[in-house]
Design a binder for this molecule. Structure first.
Ligand SMILES: *Cc1c(COP(=O)(O)O)cnc(C)c1O
Length: 428
């Protein structure tokens, strides 16, 4: 059976009843160390990780529970590929999403190389590009990856990777994966896509021509807010290199218990994603009509500048949205105090709905790796501050009622600290 639906793969891929006991859930193998077959040349090769699937020897590089998760993630991420191409793809799971991003970058890039990456993406990633890679002699060009001319112009003879995050955290810019893949192919370099915000349910970057996909498993794929994890999915030989060079040497291995939780979370991923997206669309439409909200950014709304592209590339607008309040920071403080069902917290992709305020203007001013023109372009999207909402699995009607009562609150008048005073003066 070649054509199995993603919902079925989410339940079955990578897990079978335990041959010893018949247990329907894979047992969690917490062992760090596995007994090996007797010593010999075959074993030496395998332990040097010359085979894509070495025997489980030590959990930092492989373990049965981690392997089951890797197999499930490959199945989900390759469902839209022709069957013959699926077999060429492998995955390596890591301790967090950032461990996956850094493992990929430090494997593909060396001193003297150049990388072109999204100027707006998850803060940890953009700071890794902007602050740390240059320390190691890697040249970085941060560009608006939704503007293909900027991407083409940034390429250099020593460019070794094109890296895009779409939808981009937190401003929800969308980059055209198929077009970026074309640019990367002409330049003879790989394209990597951080697809965390869409999940494999709404976006399939490999089928659009990307070479690598990265996910923070902490978010939608686990989905319950109780395990950190990350994954890099890509060509088998490259994944083998990441396992050998990054897991073995840098050590960012996933805990088997987290892998087991994430495997369980992934079972309901397709169901959950549908509910996240339905709720997000309803909340976005409600907020767009609200008198205290000045702007809503949600790829599923026609007002989103990349709405058409999002419609071609993603099967829904996703579960994340951001909005700006007419009352600025003061109104955001009030909102955070008055919400009852939403929680004021960072992170995303949980069953719980979460809100978080980003003082974007202050952040933009504080970084030195963006040009004044880039800063101005980002401000067009986010102004001085945005509220980011991760829409959970609660009833959309309850979420809307909660936001409505919280937005109606009188603007914040309490005592505030010196930093907030500065922000308030800045217009929030
Ligand atoms: C959260 C996030 C990451 C980092 O993942 P962690 O698991 O928190 O390390 C990377 N990319 C995106 C888009 C994210 O939202």
């Amino acid at each position: 059976m070649d054509e199995i639906d993603l919902s079925t793969l989410a339940v079955h891929a990578g897990e079978e009843p335990d041959p010893k006991t018949g247990a329907m859930r894979l047992p969690v193998d917490m062992a760090t160390t596995f007994q090996l077959p007797p010593f010999g040349p075959g074993l030496i090769d395998a332990l040097l990780l010359e085979s894509p699937h070495p025997p489980h020897a030590y959990t930092r590089w492989s373990n049965p529970t981690l392997r089951a998760l890797e197999e499930r993630l490959v199945a989900l991420e390759t469902v839209a590929l022709p069957a013959r191409d699926r077999k060429k793809v492998d995955a390596v799971v890591t301790a967090s999403g950032m461990a996956a991003v850094s493992a990929l970058l430090l494997t593909v890039l060396s001193q003297g190389d150049h990388v072109v990456a999204s100027e707006v993406c998850y803060a940890g990633s953009v700071e890794l590009f902007g602050q740390h890679l240059p320390r190691f002699g890697i040249q970085v060009s941060l560009v608006d990856t939704s503007d293909l001319d900027q991407v083409r112009e940034a390429l250099r003879p020593n460019t070794r990777l094109l890296y895009a995050e779409t939808p981009a955290n937190p401003i929800l810019r969308i980059a055209d994966i198929q077009a970026l893949a074309g640019i990367a192919r002409s330049a003879g370099i790989p394209l990597a896509v951080d697809s965390t915000w869409a999940s494999p349910v709404f976006q399939q970057p490999l089928a659009l021509g990307a070479d690598f996909v990265v996910h923070s498993l902490t978010k939608y794929i686990n989905g319950h807010g109780d395990a950190l994890g990350g994954v890099v999915i890509g060509p088998q030989r490259q994944i083998q290199r990441i396992r050998k060079e990054m897991l073995v040497h840098l050590g960012g291995a996933l805990s088997p218990f987290n892998a087991w939780l994430i495997l369980r979370g992934a079972v309901t991923l397709p169901l959950r994603m549908r509910q996240h997206a339905q709720g997000a669309l309803q909340v976005a439409e409600f907020l767009e009509g609200h008198s205290r909200v000045s702007r809503v950014i949600y790829p599923g709304l026609p007002s989103h500048p990349h709405h058409d592209l999002a419609g071609r590339q993603m099967s829904t607008g996703g579960g994340m949205l951001t909005f700006q309040l007419k009352g600025g920071l003061g109104a955001a403080i009030t909102l955070s105090e008055r919400i009852r069902i939403f929680h004021y917290a960072t992170s995303l992709g949980h069953a719980h709905s979460l809100l978080f305020y980003y003082p974007t203007g202050m952040y933009i001013d504080s970084v030195d790796y963006l040009t004044p023109a880039q800063k101005a372009g980002i401000r067009v999207w986010v102004g001085e501050g945005i509220v980011r909402a991760s829409i959970g699995l609660e009833s959309p009607a309850d979420l809307i009622a909660d936001l409505d009562q919280a937005l109606r609150g009188r603007s914040f008048r309490g005592a505030i600290g010196p930093l907030a005073t500065r922000l308030l003066k800045g217009g929030g």
